[in-house]
Design a protein around this ligand. Sequence first.
Ligand code: SAH
Length: 260
Amino acid sequence: MDKNNNDIQSINEFGYSLICEYFASVERQGPGSREATLHALSFIEHLPEHPHIADVGCGTGSSAVLLAKETNGKVIAVDLFPQFVEILNSNARRMGVGDRVDGMVGDMASLPFADEELDLLWCEGAIYNIGFERGLREWKRFLKPGGYIALTEVTWLTDERPEEIERFWNEAYPEMDTLSRKQKQMQQEGYTVVATFLLPDSCWTENYYIPQQKVQKQFLEKHKGNAAAEELVRNQRHEARLYDKYKDYYGYVFYIGKKA
Ligand code: SAH
């Protein structure tokens, strides 16, 4: 029994380190773009001169560094994976905002902020890890009155869709829902919906799936014969193919809300 547990644990740890290695070698760990981040930021009014910002599930930090540059604020960027946080901190130093970006290892289920500490909580492509409604509910207390939340969430774009894609997403993320339902959930959790917009196709293709193609080749060569590595690449390729086939039915939506 002990031995089995150890085996399972080591497989998990190995699996995680592979995921880290794979995603550490691409610029983004989820669909998005510099333009989309800036567009979302443009809806956020009356930020103080040096706002307190959190970037939750920050990955290697494409949004955290940009937010620091654009706002003159202090950005606390939190991610579960130390390797991502290390890359983020070195990117921030390289981009000249190392003194205002503080990458730290942490869990979005127990964030290290005080009540009403933040002017803005940012979260691109990551809230699904604890679920949209739970994240909105649990993070609200960290925002100052009138503080903002800006996040992206994969969203159904139609009321009905083909069974293959419906099944895939229901298994991957049971909270997947339509834009109108997600907006309602935001309101129910005590936010005013300030804006929503759909991320363009290029956020998925040029910025996410295409950069992975090069990495996949190198990754498979390096881990030849490793079943977990092969499965990881197979899954990513499958997801990319599904996106290509069914992109009319789902997308990433930016939701910008204000603590009511
Ligand atoms: N915001 C980045 C990364 C999105 S990928 C971007 O847009 O590129 C999702 C990120 O959430 C990953 O970096 C992953 O390590 C992180 N993550 C997963 N579970 C987490 C948790 N419980 N707490 C904090 N971060 C988590």
